[in-house]
Design a protein around this ligand. Structure first.
Ligand code: BTN
Length: 250
């Protein structure tokens, strides 16, 4: 396990493990979860040497520039509903960015957080099912970056680049955790309806002509199971996974 530098208990008895340099907060969170750490345990780091992105990508950061957090979850959900936790995380991050920076954060299906059409935050939901499902929700928010590697220059942004209020990592973390706790508990207790409605109000993808893998069409809805619904000439097509690769304004 990467070096453990210390943990603190918040008034909500949420354990937050704060680390300096790690491979990936996801890896630490899974190690802790497999040793029995409680639901809701948080792992935060200043920088990652092997940050993990969606679809096997690397998630880059420079020390101190980003909020890098993983949340251990022992969800009270059917396995089929676990991916909805990533939608809950996306809504929570968008709300927290909005609240703390004043920026208008929007969602690209399923869980990218955009400001002015560029990605400011990403979410990686990973699960392992041993006796019971363990889920780790990983969140990376770009805060202080002024430049990005060439391959990301056209698509990535940060709170600073967008002129948002210069929120500190701690303040943003608290806002993310509070919002995520609300949406996650709502999903577990009352189902997907409210979360689905909120995701739709924050959606950037809906109404756009998009391509997702082999499917092309106009994104028109988020289905009850979290799929993106495309309107095609032949009718409606549900898309369950993939990246929205191309889109143009409605
Ligand atoms: C994406 O590709 O959009 C998801 C990026 C998720 C990055 C975060 S940073 C904190 C946590 N630890 C990781 O290794 N990845 C996630």
């Amino acid at each position: 396990m990467d070096q453990f530098l210390g943990g603190t208990l918040t008034p909500l008895t949420r354990e937050i493990v704060r680390l300096s340099v790690v491979t990936s907060t996801q890896a630490i969170a899974f190690e802790m979860a497999e040793r029995g750490t409680a639901d809701g345990t948080i792992v935060v780091a200043d920088t990652q040497t092997a940050g993990r992105g969606r679809r096997g990508r690397v998630w880059h950061d420079a020390p101190g520039d980003s909020l890098l957090v993983s949340i251990v979850l022992r969800p009270r959900l059917n396995v089929a509903d676990l991916p909805k936790l990533s939608l809950a995380a996306a809504v929570a991050v968008a709300e927290a960015i909005d609240l703390t920076t004043g920026l208008d954060a929007r969602l690209k299906w399923p869980n990218d957080v955009l400001v002015n059409g560029r990605k400011v935050a990403g979410i990686l939901l990973e699960s392992r099912i041993v006796a019971e499902p363990i889920v780790v929700a990983g969140i990376g928010v770009n805060l202080r970056q002024r430049t990005f590697p060439a391959e990301l220059a056209e698509t990535a942004t940060s709170v600073d680049l967008e002129g948002g209020r210069a929120v500190g990592r701690e303040e943003l973390l608290e806002a993310v955790l509070a919002a995520f706790e609300r949406w996650r508990r709502g999903l577990e207790r009352e189902g997907f309806a409210a979360l689905r409605a909120r995701w739709l109000t924050l959606a950037d993808t809906i109404g756009r002509a998009v391509t997702v893998g082999e499917h092309a069409g106009v994104a028109v809805d988020l289905a009850e199971d979290g799929a993106l619904v495309l309107r095609q000439e032949a009718g409606l097509q549900r898309v369950f996974a993939g990246e929205v690769l191309a889109s143009r304004p409605r």
